[in-house]
Design a protein around this ligand. Structure first.
Ligand code: ATP
Ligand code: MG
Length: 415
């Protein structure tokens, strides 16, 4: 028989790990909702040009990592490599800019990038992200970082490093670009082939290259923060003072330019020392031009995405998660008890209580063994004697406490 296996760089997420995933998703939803973000679900497939246009032609994602194919009508379709471009497309297409600003959304789901799979790096990976449209003031940048801080706190994660930077706007970027061109012009021979091309088209991208030789040649690169125009510099300084006000600890990382072209001004990355090479658990920034580039009115915006595989790995290693177990196991002996048990199970389940029952006429002993294996909190035992007496037996497995209750009171026994 042919053996089937999941594609390289993809994985199945099974119990008990799934409980950690669900916990992270719930915490994200609760925290983001408190900050006024509403869920938005956009498609997983989009027109390829949406990504090329926004992420940028000389980025790793567009150059190497997209899952792009032609559909039956010959249209070029791409499995989304990230969530911002689809949300911006959706925002513009649905005229959401006509609603009172800010409009704040969160999303979650799989993203696809054809990268080399390794620890913390997959080809299908999940992100939870958020985007806020319509506010140019640094107040919202600070709120978003503070929201992320709360999210990590609620998950019990400590020791995360908040790195922030400003990469300027279209006004100050040209000066910085020139400075980079000057800097790299006598080092160009040592750069990797990709960076040689980047030098021509988008020298900022050299700063994001992961090739060792390029990392070495970057030593002493001019710092973007030294080239900010007065507005960008004021925005950045205000952000830093608001982060102080909100007790969000941060470090300025002037080398962080991020791997996507659409960013302007604020960029940030949250990293963990516990994760090894793939250490970024969340990242984002401002993209004040993107809505306009997609045909909408000028609309400043900011967003981020959290990497689920990396967050769940941290949660798994740093907190003892309790795995959910059944509340009740119903063990029955004989046919009429089995029917009675089925009815009770149904009613308790109707109250939202997790109930398991014995199957296929197993002996009482083997049913009790099963209840034990499942770590059920309570076992209910029903046989002919119990039916005749109108009472069933219960036992709490944690301490062996036992007793009897009339059939009609069993529903109030559990809450
Ligand atoms: P990295 O530096 O790790 O390549 P990135 O800058 O490409 O990250 P973003 O596009 O900003 O990542 O995505 C935000 C987050 O999504 C990252 O911080 C990371 O946690 C997660 N992420 C990105 N790519 C992958 C991947 N291939 N597998 C798993 N998680 C990923
Ligand atoms: Mg990457």
């Amino acid at each position: 028989m042919k053996k089937y296996s999941a594609l390289k760089g993809t994985q199945d997420i099974l119990p008990p790990d799934i409980h950690i995933w669900q916990k992270v998703e719930k915490v994200a939803k609760d925290v983001f909702t408190a900050y006024g973000f509403q869920e938005l679900r956009a498609p997983i497939i989009e027109s390829t040009d949406i990504f090329i246009r926004s992420i940028g032609e000389t980025t790793d994602i567009v150059e190497k990592e997209m899952y792009t194919f032609s559909d039956k009508a010959g249209r070029s379709i791409t499995l989304r490599p990230e969530g911002t471009a689809p949300i911006v497309r959706c925002y513009v297409e649905n005229h959401l800019y006509n609603l009172p600003s800010p409009q704040k959304f969160f999303y979650s789901g799989p993203m696809f990038r054809h990268e080399r799979p390794q620890a913390g790096r997959f080809r299908q990976f999940f992100q939870i992200g958020a985007e806020a449209f319509g506010i140019g003031e640094p107040k919202i940048d600070a709120e978003i970082l503070s929201m992320l801080k709360l999210f990590f706190e609620r998950l019990g994660l400590k020791g995360l490093n908040f790195q922030v930077n400003s990469i300027g706007c279209e006004k100050c970027r040209p000066d910085y670009r020139n400075a980079l061109v000057n800097f790299f012009s006598d080092r160009i021979n040592g750069l990797c082939p990709d960076c040689k091309r980047r030098f021509e088209y988008n020298p900022l991208r050299i700063l994001d290259c992961k090739v060792d030789a390029c990392i070495k040649l970057r030593e002493g690169t001019p710092r973007v923060t030294d080239f900010l125009c007065s507005e960008c510099s004021e925005h950045f300084n205000k952000l830093l003072s608001l982060l102080n006000l909100l007790n969000v600890p941060y470090v300025i990382n002037p080398d962080m330019v991020r791997g996507l072209d659409y960013y302007t001004r604020t960029t940030f990355e949250i990293t963990s020392k516990q994760l090894g090479a793939q250490n970024a658990v969340a990242a984002g920034g401002r993209y004040d031009r993107l809505v306009e580039d997609f045909g909408g009115p000028p609309t400043p915006a900011i967003g981020f995405a959290i990497g689920m595989e990396r967050i769940t790995a941290l949660v798994k290693s740093s907190c003892k998660e309790t795995i959910p177990v059944p509340e009740v196991f119903i063990a029955t002996i004989g046919e009429s008890a089995e029917k009675e048990g089925l009815v009770i199970a149904d009613k308790l389940r109707n109250k939202g209580i997790w109930v398991e029952i014995g199957y296929a006429g197993n002996s009482l002993k083997s049913q009790l063994r099963k209840a034990d294996r499942l770590s059920a909190h309570y076992v209910l035992i029903i046989g002919d004697d119990e039916i005749a007496a109108g009472k069933l037996k219960w036992k709490r497995l944690s301490d062996g406490t036992r007793g009897e209750i009339p059939f009609n009171e069993v529903y109030n026994f559990f809450n």
